[in-house]
Design a protein around this ligand. Sequence first.
Ligand SMILES: [Zn+2]
Length: 252
Amino acid sequence: MELIKTDGVVLKRTNVGDNDVILTVFTDRLGVVQASAKGVKSLKSRLAAGSALFTYGEFVLKPGRSMYSVSSCEPKESFYSLSTNIERLAFATYIADLTAYAVREEVPDERLLSLLLNTLYLFANSQRDLRIIKCVYELKLLSYIGFAPELSGCVRCGDVSDIDYISATGGGLLCTNCKTPQDRARKLSEQCLIAMRYIIYTEDKRSFAFSASESVTEELENHIESFIKEHIDKDFYSLTYLNMILGKPQKR
Ligand SMILES: [Zn+2]
């Protein structure tokens, strides 16, 4: 069978036996795929460097009956500093899990891949608040997979002036008149709305470039988490772990 050359980033490694792993790789040509890497744990393996978690590289994949197998992989960027800091690693692990779960298999999305690489780079190197970087990625991801919150006005009446609430169940902003108990709407501050609009409407690279007060950052995290939970119905252990490291009370 024909070999396929594609660039990709390793989102996940699942051990199989003593020596092999199955990689979940987000590639530019094939989208998210599973690929087995045989003998990768041996010290002499040619695949060891390229198959490490979060490594971005050039993969040569061989199609198989149930999944691809990795014929070769050459690392281009390893985001090495992620592995030297437990907090940075926890942020990256959650984002990789979220991506592997939320992005449909074998549907290429180069823009999202590039946003993910940017996010990993910032998690590895940025001195800014990593919670904001996480929020930007989560909100952009939701928007890429078709679940962007409606942020232009009230989702029911279109009112743009008296917007005090947001609801993940309702799909976006709600005014006081339109919200019902079923919406489980939450209070939304003006600063948080500005931040959410900035993230959604700003071009990918620049969308990370803002700062927010502690209270707005917390509010932003909470609203975005409720949208993630609404649309991506999965409890990620890596998120529970991240929140534990950050000392956040568990709500889930
Ligand atoms: Zn309304």
